[in-house]
Design a protein around this ligand. Structure first.
Ligand SMILES: [Zn+2]
Length: 511
């Protein structure tokens, strides 16, 4: 039970900014909108939607989320530079509640090697940055980057100056994931004891998981008085990722007796949101992942099962339904209507616009003709396909492959680009899929290196849809593609084209 006197911890989600920096996890605008909607349903207080100055794609995402998403504060990241801060505000100005997050590195190693600035210069820049942001909004977060490796005296001076200039949240990032819980406790305690105006701001932490300590470090910070935790769904993020939202939230909820702190998160939305983000990014969570992994509540040992049957609390510290595990996978079929599909999609965390729902419903009906029972996994795959392929340049019209053991395949492939169609006939490759990939490269003009290719069935049964995920490298960047079909060769072609389309979209943007 949650104590009534619990402190409320602000949950700052950075799945769309830091999480998106996971290699291969970049999301397009439609995907970010989908995730933002799910984060609001989940009850996160602040959504860090992007870093507007770094690319047009980031800017557009922050702008669209600010215009359309209601219910959470929308935050944009900026360095302590005028152009960054102005651009962040340009993207944030339509938000219901907007926060500008400015950051500047403070540790000796960053000062000396990256910024080439002395301590006084850093303080001057921090104050100027916060003041410029304060001209736009009253909600300002300041992060001294690499704070956990910054000398205590200097960190206190920077934080005091930033709060004096108008920062309402000061965030302590463990940028390189080097801290231990003891370090974290010491930093937060030092700030609370030595920064005279610290009560004018919320202390936040942003922990990376390089040593697997991100959640433990964040909890230690909360214990020492931090009022905000920065985290991501499924712990996504650069390298080993960030503090995982579902873990920190459930630790605070389950051990409220100890922490006397809680969050505004609707915990029943944890599993659906985790799945939605995994589907969108193509990065699945491992089975034994705490809280949201498929095995998180599976009691396999006989002696445990016996105990569970007699009294659940013997081995269960949380109930699966509290984090949103559905008891049964609801099955839809041929006779299910549009409303039933809409309902199911909403339950799974998707917010489909009228036309999107029409499209998905049409595909749902086609699929229901091919297979009897339609599971959640099928619906998610159809919706993801719809979102992922929105506005694609190249699409598959038809393929024809003739091949056999020890034979070079003959392939004829037709693709559409706008109103035009292009056909290529060739004899090449090591099998039907390789042959199609080569033909796609010939037609589109993009040559890539295939880094990963996997096929899995979306649900159970021989008639299940196959989902293909590919990861390709183009000019030193990773791109992923996804395709589904009851025909796995067609699914492969679609996945490869999806990756090519992502390359085309991001390279034309950069030009
Ligand atoms: Zn980070």
């Amino acid at each position: 039970m949650t104590d009534r006197d619990s402190r409320k911890i602000v949950i700052f989600d950075t799945t769309l900014r830091d999480g998106e920096q996971s290699p291969g996890a970049s999301m397009n605008l439609a995907e970010k909108m989908e995730a933002a909607g799910a984060l609001v349903d989940l009850g996160v207080d602040v959504i860090e939607a992007g870093f507007p100055i770094v690319s047009q794609g980031d800017f557009d995402a922050v702008l669209e989320i600010s215009k359309n998403v209601r219910g959470s504060t929308i935050c944009g990241l900026a360095r302590c530079r005028e152009a960054d801060i102005d651009r962040a505000w340009e993207a944030l100005q339509h938000a219901e509640r907007a926060r500008i997050h400015v950051f500047l590195a403070t540790s000796a190693i960053h000062r000396e090697f990256k910024l080439k600035m002395d301590q006084e210069e850093i303080i001057r820049r921090a104050v100027e940055g916060v003041k410029r942001a304060a001209g736009y909004t009253a909600d300002i977060e300041f992060s001294p980057e690499d704070a956990s490796r910054t000398e205590a005296d200097f960190l206190c001076r920077v934080v005091e100056a930033a709060i004096g200039a108008g920062a309402t949240t000061v965030n302590i990032p463990d940028t390189v994931g080097y801290s231990t819980p003891t370090d974290m406790r010491r930093v937060i305690t030092t700030l609370r004891e030595r920064v005279p105006n610290i009560d004018k701001a919320v202390i936040s932490v942003h922990c990376h998981n390089d040593l697997g300590l991100a959640v433990a470090n964040s909890l230690a910070a909360v214990e020492s008085g931090a009022g905000q935790v920065e985290c991501t769904i499924n712990g996504l993020g650069e390298r080993a990722g960030n503090c995982s939202l579902e873990e920190i939230v459930m630790a605070l909820r389950t051990r409220n007796d100890h922490y006397k702190a809680d969050t505004g998160i609707v915990t029943k939305r944890l599993v659906p949101t985790s799945r939605l983000v995994a589907n969108i990014t193509g990065i699945q969570v491992q089975r034994n992942k705490a809280i949201v992994g498929r095995n998180a509540f599976a009691h396999e040992a006989g002696i445990h099962q016996d105990g569970m049957l007699k009294e659940r609390t013997t081995y269960e510290i949380m109930r699966p339904e509290d984090v949103g595990f559905a008891k049964t996978d609801l099955v839809l079929g041929k006779h299910s209507g549009r409303a039933a599909l809409a309902d199911r999609a909403k339950e799974m965390g998707y917010h489909l616009e009228h036309e999107q729902l029409d499209d998905v419903f049409r595909q749902f009906k086609q699929l229901a003709d091919k297979k009897k029972e339609i599971y959640d996994g099928d619906i998610a795959a159809l919706i993801e396909q719809q979102i992922h392929t929105g506005g694609e340049r190249w699409s598959l019209v038809s393929y024809h492959v003739v091949t056999g053991s020890d034979e070079t395949p003959d392939v004829t492939l037709t693709l559409a680009h706008g109103d035009e169609q292009f056909t290529k006939t060739m004899s090449a490759g090591d099998g039907p899929i390789d042959a199609i990939f080569l033909a796609v490269e010939e037609i589109t003009g993009y040559t890539v290196v295939c880094k990963d290719f996997n096929v899995h069935s979306v649900t159970v049964g021989k008639d299940a849809q196959g989902e293909v995920m590919v990861q390709v490298e183009y000019q030193d960047r990773l791109y992923r593609g996804r395709g589904i079909s009851t025909d796995s060769v067609e699914a492969s072609a679609k996945a490869f084209l999806n990756a090519i389309n992502r390359i085309a979209a991001s390279t034309t943007e950069a030009e």
